[in-house]
Design a protein around this ligand. Structure first.
Ligand code: HEC
Length: 130
């Protein structure tokens, strides 16, 4: 009788440990490696391509993070171009193309990565889809 009690205690004590170990194993099994999040301002995920790039999945976020500090509110660039959403970009697409893609004078400080510039160019070439 005494022996049985002791055994049960051992088993009961082990049960949570077992659950813990099984839990870890389960995590390892279906926990696919999380892709590195894009650096801030990169807009969209790694799955944004020249084929599927839109204002919503990439360009809006990019301009918000790389241009709006100077081109919105009381920013120093606001008199020249004011960033206020899709229409403000679409309506000035030729000037933006000229400043960012052709002459590369914008962003005035900071920079765009090669990928950012290529996706922006692809988006403009596609007719700036929303
Ligand atoms: C550090 C502030 C700053 C940042 C960041 C910045 N700009 Fe500018 N931008 C200016 C200023 C100031 C001007 C006025 C012209 C000049 O000083 O070169 C300007 C001018 C412009 C013009 C008008 C050019 C022309 O001659 O018609 C466009 C378009 C423009 N910027 C787009 C952008 C875009 C797009 C971005 C982001 C990719 C950007 N800017 C980032 C400050 C900035």
């Amino acid at each position: 009788m005494m022996i049985t009690m002791v055994r049960w205690r051992k088993i009961l004590w082990r049960a949570p440990m077992l659950a813990l170990v099984l839990g870890f194993m389960a995590c390892g099994k279906d926990g696919a490696p999380t892709p590195d999040p894009d650096p801030p301002g990169n807009g969209g995920g790694d799955d944004v391509t020249a084929e599927n790039v839109t204002y919503t999945n990439f360009v809006g976020v990019l301009l918000q993070s790389k241009c709006s500090m100077c081109h919105a509110g009381s920013g120093e660039g606001t008199p020249y171009w004011t960033f206020s959403g899709y229409n403000s970009v679409k309506d000035n697409i030729d000037r933006i193309n000229d400043a960012v893609i052709v002459r590369r004078i914008m962003p005035k400080t900071g920079s765009l990565s090669t990928r950012e510039r290529e996706l922006l160019k692809a988006w403009i070439d596609k007719g700036a889809p929303q």
